[in-house]
Design a protein around this ligand. Structure first.
Ligand SMILES: Nc1ncnc2c1ncn2[C@@H]1O[C@H](COP(=O)(O)OP(=O)(O)OP(=O)(O)O)[C@@H](O)[C@H]1O
Ligand SMILES: [Mg+2]
Length: 356
């Protein structure tokens, strides 16, 4: 991948506190990258450093090989939408969008024309003359998006821009942002702690934890091949079951809970015989049955709780001390009851290992 934006060895400390610890990241031109991670993991700090509102303690930010250090935020040609990056209340939508052009010395007539075109792109034709207080939350965010894009930024940074919106509007805006981003081809970093949002919008997800990048990859890779316990646990639901490698060459792990468990060696972390690992099996890749199912690996569990979602149900139980979660189709759940002992089963290709 050729790198457009490059973060190299970024460190950020506040007194003794290390907010970012050696963050390295390459983003390709036109890529839509999402930073995903728990609260306090360093997502906003990283964006602020890229935008120039914060200085890194160490490390560099480059666009096309040119360092941004020493450039003030307004000289970086970066479009920004933050959750609370308010519009100017005394300017109309059109004047809000015109503002960054005005800062760049664009004449009013020409600037307003561009602002109008951008408002159309975000679906707000006819709203140009309105003041922010005359717009809904979603419309205000669209104006903010138009304002961030009108000057054709090298980079678009979005920090939880949809956090304040209700679920329907949020989903609608997710689709809108994706559409606009594709249309303009602008390199984008989007911050969220909503994993479905990250899964559905991104070319690539970068998972942050405690000031570090834990893993970076296409959404489905992150989902199907998490490389650490943290990612396996944070993205989607997981069963993380302790075991040790019995035969690394043939893909066999021994686990008190699962017994002898086979896995496909392809795409797994490198392991040696005897290594302690966590076996990961997603709840939706397990089945429940009264008796062992032939052709699948089976183990026994006791059902503690059944959480019904209508079209599917989450069955939470235990095998010895180990909690087990299985997602079953709604129709299958009627044969199961809390307190029942049953079999859970899986296939080799549903098994992956994490080692750290
Ligand atoms: N000015 C500051 N002084 C001291 N600590 C700070 C400062 N700014 C951020 N931090 C700390 O740095 C860490 C990373 O903060 P950051 O805002 O980047 O987290 P985040 O991943 O964006 O979290 P959230 O999802 O809650 O927005 C946090 O522990 C935070 O308390
Ligand atoms: Mg944040």
């Amino acid at each position: 991948m050729s790198s457009y934006l490059r973060l190299s060895g970024i460190n950020k400390t506040y007194g003794d506190f290390v907010a970012l610890d050696n963050v390295n990241l390459d983003v390709a031109k036109g890529e839509f990258v999402t930073f995903l991670g728990p609260s306090g993991s360093g997502k906003t700090t990283t964006l602020m450093i890229i935008a120039g509102f914060e200085q890194a303690t160490r490390g560099s930010v480059e666009i096309e090989g040119v360092s941004l250090s020493g450039l003030d935020p307004q000289d970086r040609n970066i479009g920004i939408v933050f959750q609370n990056y308010a519009l100017f209340p005394h300017k109309t939508a059109a004047d809000n969008v015109y503002f960054p052009l005005q800062m760049r010395g664009v004449k009013r007539a020409e600037g307003l024309k561009k602002a109008q075109a951008m408002l159309e792109l975000v679906g707000l034709e006819g709203f140009a003359h309105r003041y922010p207080k005359e717009l809904s939350g979603g419309q205000q965010q669209r104006v903010a998006l138009a304002r961030a894009l009108v000057f054709e930024p090298d980079l678009l940074l979005l920090d939880e821009p949809l956090g304040a919106l209700d679920k329907n509007l949020r989903e609608q805006m997710q689709i809108e942002i994706k559409r606009i981003q594709r249309k303009l081809g602008v390199t984008t970093i989007f911050v969220t702690h909503d994993q479905t949002e990250a899964m559905s919008m991104s070319d690539r997800i970068v998972v942050f934890s405690k000031g570090n990048i834990e893993q970076s990859g296409p959404p489905l890779d992150i989902y199907h091949r998490p490389t650490t316990r943290f990612v396996a646990d944070f993205i989607g639901e997981s069963n993380l079951i302790p075991g040790h490698i019995a035969n690394a060459a043939e893909g066999v792990v021994e686990s008190p809970v699962l017994g002898t468990c086979r896995y496909l060696t392809n795409g797994q972390p490198s392991v040696s015989n005897g290594d302690e690992v966590a076996v990961v099996i997603r709840p939706e890749h397990m089945k429940l049955s009264r008796n062992p199912i032939e052709g699948r690996s089976n183990a026994r569990m006791t059902i503690d709780t059944i959480v019904n979602y209508g079209d599917n149900a989450l069955v939470i139980g235990h095998a010895g001390e180990q909690p087990i979660r299985v997602r079953v189709l709604g129709a299958d759940v009627v044969i199961l009851h809390e307190g029942d002992e049953c079999c859970f089963s899986w296939t080799d290709d549903a098994v992956f290992l994490v080692t750290s």
